[in-house]
Write a protein that binds this ligand. Sequence first.
Ligand code: GLU
Ligand code: ZN
Length: 289
Amino acid sequence: MRIGRFAPSPTGPLHLGSLVAAAASYCDAKSHDGKWLLRIEDVDQTRKMAGASEEIIHTLEHYGFVWDDEVIYQSQRTALYEEALTRLRHKDLAYRCTCSRKEIADSSTMHGIEGAIYPGTCLAHPIKHDSMAAWRLKTTESLISFQDLVQGRIQHNMAWEIGDFVIKRSDGLYSYQLAVVVDDALQGVTHVVRGADLLNSTTRQIYLQQLLGYSTPVYAHIPLVLNADGQKLSKQTLARSLPKDEVIPTLLEAFSFLPYLPTPPRAFKTLPELWQWALENWQPFDSVE
Ligand code: GLU
Ligand code: ZN
């Protein structure tokens, strides 16, 4: 069975960009009679906004999304992430690091897709026990590639383009990359549909899946909704939160960013009618140029 998911971070209310991503993964899963799961990615307690999880859940309900199973919260799954880290440590694939951002910037000689590549300082000179150290994953020169249903073939050389990356931060929080891999695998997610801002994270996630013995889902990264200044909609760019009224027009606006749906042929009076039309008319990602 196809299993998709929506995995918002509760850093603020949902905006149009989140609605587009949620709708795309929902239509993909539900039009295939699959399951659609909701996971609150609240692992980073420092970025969490009070009440945002409840508000996100309420907004999704209000917009007519129906998810399967119980909502899961990453903040309650630390033991599972710890187990994954332990497995990586037992295979000697992780090491502790105490370098600051500045030390890395000053000592790095290689530039990757997201800036300075970690030069392996703490791998070459293992640090003594330090509870405030981060954990990094060792990367090798393996090429990780995948066929994204929207973006085409993506590949990265892990050591040259990514470098040893943090899987547990020095403040004790597990990284997004590790948590998302563990959860997608344990929830049996088969199809990850999300915004293109996460495209560059995907090879790290596939690399971790391979090291942990998990299978790799199908990926579709949909183009981001940008504001008039060409910026990604987010709390930082002061994106408007989704309105509580005008639900049908707002959903239609979200649909207009998805070329996998035709232009609606008529006006819709009710939400169930609109969703039924969307699920019946949804086209596969790779059928659209
Ligand atoms: N929690 C992430 C975000 O809101 C999305 C994670 C994912 O879909 O993999 O940006
Ligand atoms: Zn270090």
